[in-house]
Write a protein that binds this ligand. Structure first.
Ligand SMILES: C[S@@+](CC[C@H](N)C(=O)[O-])C[C@H]1O[C@@H](n2cnc3c(N)ncnc32)[C@H](O)[C@@H]1O
Length: 408
């Protein structure tokens, strides 16, 4: 089937406008009855190029997206213009989410990401793409490593200066920034500088930022492997220590696209390390105390996972109206049977539950549940070498009993 036979065509368009469209894209636009797009993109299509009714994106876009799907169901021939590759952080993602592939045709144009890599001679497969369009800047922290190449989609003309300031504050002021404005168009422009020297330079609205990450010599980059140093987290003492944390994460066994509930989250370290493992891993932290809930959010932002969600209140009452997680960690309230029953009921079939106990009472609860539900019990006895006089001696930490169980 060609694009002209589809009721919904999603056409990528670059800054070279109509000239850059291939035959299939042009045919979709000329045969459309309704043509949706941003004012700039619609301006690229001459009156002779399309007889369709033109509908500029409203702000916010959501009602128009619904309207497109309605038009499509009424078998109106709809073409939607989107910048670059519509499936790369573009409207194509939203429009196709609930359709089957035979219902639409996406015609990609070269993305701004590809153009930036082409200009710099960067291998695309070794370059990380991040979007700051409607997303918090703290997510950059998870991607800052010596020599890492980043391409960052900008929210607006002030984004390059915000990125430069953020990198400098995060110990990456020595990174080289290349800002590209209007890539692929006649007004394309490239400005380069070190992050620390960028100051407040403003750019055109359509821009992206390419970063070659270089840390200050004093900075110790944090690994993505679980078991970050304890002092990477702000804490009031309620912290799963790094050795136990690393083993706990291994037992939680995160996979991309999975959700963790971190119940009794304390400083949030388990959920934060879960989310650092893969950008598609998500976490809801449940915490009863307001000061701790605030600290979890602060730790999450500082460790590059600002989208970690915190629910304040007494679990399990706070579980109402939430979907089922793939994995649950119980770090607080382990001896509370009511809490465990609610966790078990909410956990997805085939999901894992891991619980850590330090007190005899909570350990007794885990032993009792192990008898009923099976799973693995183990105990960790960790000692750290500490200075004693001029020598070192072992300082044992409190033993931690860990129960891991999979829901049938
Ligand atoms: C929602 S994303 C869409 C990206 C698009 N799907 C693509 O493949 O290029 C929008 C962001 O992409 C970047 N961008 C898109 N076209 C660009 C261009 N021609 N020049 C510079 N940046 C561009 C800007 O950072 C802009 O904020």
């Amino acid at each position: 089937m060609t694009s002209a036979e589809h009721w919904l065509s999603i056409v990528g368009i670059g800054e070279d406008g109509w000239d850059g469209l291939n035959h299939e894209a042009r045919q979709s636009v000329t045969s459309a009855e309704l043509l949706y797009g941003g004012a700039r993109h619609l301006g690229f299509i001459s009156a002779s190029g399309a007889s369709a009714t033109r509908i500029p994106w409203p702000s916010p876009m959501a009602p128009a997206v619904q309207q497109i799907l309605t038009d499509h169901r009424r078998q109106k021939k709809v073409a939607v213009l989107a910048s670059g590759d519509p499936m790369l952080h573009g409207v194509g993602v939203t429009l196709t989410r609930n359709l089957i592939p035979t219902e639409f045709r996406v015609i990609p144009q070269v993305s701004a990401f590809s153009l930036a890599c082409a200009r710099l001679g960067w291998p695309i497969a070794e370059t990380v793409l991040i979007t700051l369009v409607n997303r918090p800047i703290e997510q950059l922290l998870r991607h800052l490593y010596p020599g890492q190449r980043l391409v960052i989609f900008s929210e607006d003309g002030s984004t390059p200066a915000s990125v430069a300031r953020f990198l400098t504050q995060s110990g990456y002021g020595a990174s080289k920034l290349d800002v590209f404005e209007n890539l692929g168009g006649s007004s394309e422009r490239n400005t380069s500088d070190l992050a620390a020297s960028w100051a407040d330079k403003q750019c055109g609205k359509l821009n992206l930022v390419a970063v070659l990450c270089a840390p200050d010599s004093s900075l110790k980059p944090l690994s993505l492997a679980p078991g970050l140093p304890d002092d990477a987290f702000d804490t009031d003492g309620q912290l799963t220590k790094r050795e136990v944390r690393a083993v706990t994460l291994a037992r939680l066994a995160p996979l991309p696209n999975q959700t963790l509930w971190d119940v009794g989250a304390g400083a949030g370290s388990i959920g934060i390390e879960w989310m650092r493992l893969h950008p598609s891993c998500s976490c809801i932290a449940f915490e009863a105390r307001e000061d701790r809930a605030a600290r979890i959010l602060q730790n999450a932002a500082q460790l590059g996972v600002p989208t970690l969600k915190v629910i304040l209140g007494i679990a399990p009452a706070t579980f109402a109206n939430l979907g089922s997680p793939d994995t649950i960690f119980i770090g607080g309230g382990v001896s509370n049977d009511n809490l465990f029953d609610a966790c078990w009921a909410k956990l997805s079939p085939g999901g894992r539950l891991v619980a850590n106990a330090v007190t005899l009472q909570s350990e007794a609860s885990l032993v009792a549940r192990h008898t009923i539900y099976g799973g693995d019990l183990m105990r960790m006895l960790v000692s750290r070498a500490n200075p004693i006089g001029g020598s070192y001696g072992w300082r044992p930490m409190m033993p931690v009993t860990q129960w891991t169980v999979t829901k049938p």
